[in-house]
Design a protein around this ligand. Structure first.
Ligand code: FES
Length: 166
């Protein structure tokens, strides 16, 4: 169950929308930020708030790459597998990421920090190859750059866990 304050804010937002449906992705995103992913129970809860059936929400969630229906890591890496990135080294970067994190595409690292998923063109083709992690976009990727990014995120997660710099 969502905290009362959060639920109130969401209900308010829905009430001010022309149609609840237009708020569906925002509502699911907000709930996902709280729950970590959209479980079946969370979909039912979202449906009740929006006046939509879980099936209607499921249809939207299927089209939107950033709603997760399964548990994911703290950082979700979406690596672009569309044409321009493909031509600029996607495959070798994917192999590199998989070995660095010790995961398969679609998997989550054993420390629970990283989930690796494919995504269609991010609109960042002039900086290909590209990936997006928790809404931050990275381009002109090389193995060295990826290693630095992953290292920083690991440090950040470690610091947060230890309560350093918060
Ligand atoms: S093809 Fe990868 S960002 Fe466009």
């Amino acid at each position: 169950m969502l905290p009362i304050e959060m639920k109130k804010k969401i209900v308010d937002k829905i009430a001010h929308a022309e149609s609840p449906r237009e708020q569906a992705i925002d509502v699911m995103t907000e709930m996902q930020n709280y729950y970590g992913y959209m479980s079946d129970e969370a979909m039912v809860e979202a449906g009740e708030l929006l006046g939509m059936t879980p099936l209607e929400l499921e249809e939207l969630a299927t089209f939107y790459n950033f709603i997760y229906r399964q548990p994911v890591g703290k950082y979700v890496i979406h690596i672009c597998d569309s044409t321009v990135c493909w031509m600029n080294g996607y495959e070798s970067l994917l192999d590199y990421l998989c070995s660095l994190l010790n995961v398969e595409l679609g998997g989550t690292s054993s420390d629970g920090l990283f989930t690796l998923l494919p995504v269609c063109c991010l609109g960042y083709c002039d900086h290909a190859p590209a990936m997006i992690i928790n809404r931050e976009i990275y381009g002109e990727l090389t193995p060295e750059k990826i290693e630095r990014i992953i290292g920083k995120l690991r440090d950040r997660a470690y610091s947060a866990e230890k309560g350093i710099g918060e």
